[in-house]
Design a protein around this ligand. Structure first.
Ligand SMILES: Nc1ncnc2c1ncn2[C@@H]1O[C@H](COP(=O)(O)OP(=O)(O)OP(=O)(O)O)[C@@H](O)[C@H]1O
Ligand SMILES: Cc1ncsc1CCO
Ligand SMILES: [Mg+2]
Length: 278
């Protein structure tokens, strides 16, 4: 168990380590936000590599320190690529992050997300509706059988996903980060609410996707819980900072990357978060 003080120390240490080591966190991610994911990973201090083909996934699962799988826009080749990557990561005991974007839409997405239960990710990151639906698909408490996911956006509150997040974290032995106005991060034993960000983050695409990629970067140097908390705190810091400089959604995206790049270990570790009952 972490105290609030040790959480802050470990977050600051993770931010510093990533900037020193530049860990490679390869991604299988959607074509909508692939560029934003790579740029956010670089802004945090990590190294990015985006993958489509099965043999490349296996090679980069070996080469990387961690990995990111986001099922936002599936292509037929992912029927091979995603399972191969997950199997390899599981066999190598490497941390990987799952974003179950738009869970419930289409048969390939359901097939892949069901199968990934066999190779549990270190961190699951999603909006509230996605977390509830993944717990449902994996038959865990707090989940619902029918998905409330409408396209890629959430229709549930973060607190409504609390039990689903806790049961997913207990099942994987890792952590879950539920995003929204106030984010919830849990490892199944403790939970933290993280504050900050900006409502403009809902008006651009890819803040959630890229947060998953950045959590994968931090997973290379920290426990799943600290990595999830560190990524979320970095986003809450950078979002709030970017809003002060943005004229609208276009300049917000640029200001957000600048803020993420310029954020110090203290800026990130001193963001507001509070413990929650589990
Ligand atoms: N209203 C808000 N106020 C403050 N921060 C927010 C708000 N909405 C989202 N965020 C922040 O935006 C980031 C992404 O969360 P969000 O829930 O929008 O993900 P998402 O829906 O999966 O995004 P996408 O699928 O477009 O990538 C998180 O860091 C979250 O804290
Ligand atoms: C808009 C969109 N559509 C599929 S993935 C994606 C990025 C946000 O999840
Ligand atoms: Mg999303």
């Amino acid at each position: 168990m972490y105290t609030m003080e040790t959480m802050r120390q470990e977050i600051a240490a993770a931010v510093e380590k990533v900037r020193a080591l530049k860990p490679l966190a390869p991604s299988i991610t959607n074509t909508v936000t692939v560029n934003f994911v790579a740029n956010a990973q670089l802004a945090a201090g990590g190294t990015a590599a985006m993958i489509y083909l099965p043999d490349e996934a296996e090679a980069l699962a070996e080469a990387g320190s961690s990995f990111y799988i986001n099922v936002g826009t599936l292509l037929p080749i992912y029927r091979e690529t995603v399972p191969l990557a997950a199997q390899k990561l599981h066999a190598l005991h490497k941390p990987w992050v799952l974003d179950p974007v738009a869970i419930g839409i289409g048969s390939l997405r359901t097939e892949l997300l069901s199968l990934l239960k066999n190779y549990p990710p270190a961190v699951i990151r999603g909006n509230a509706s996605e977390i509830i639906a993944l717990a449902g698909l994996w038959n865990l408490s707090g989940g619902t059988e029918t998905s409330n996911v409408h396209g890629v956006d959430s229709t549930d509150t973060v607190q409504a996903a609390r039990l689903a997040a806790i049961s997913l974290a207990r099942f994987t032995g890792g952590a879950v980060a539920v995003s929204g106005t106030v984010d919830l991060i849990t490892d199944g034993r403790q939970a933290v609410c993280s504050y900050g960000g900006s409502s403009l983050m809902e008006s651009i695409t890819g803040c959630g996707c890229s947060l998953g990629g950045v959590i994968a970067v931090y997973s290379a140097v920290a426990s799943p819980f600290i990595a999830a908390l560190c990524g979320t705190a970095a986003y809450n810091f950078a979002g709030r900072e970017a809003e002060r400089h943005a004229a609208g959604t276009g300049s917000f995206q640029l200001a957000f990357l600048d803020a993420l790049y310029n954020a110090s270990p203290k800026d990130i570790s001193l963001t507001q978060f509070t413990p929650e009952e589990v």
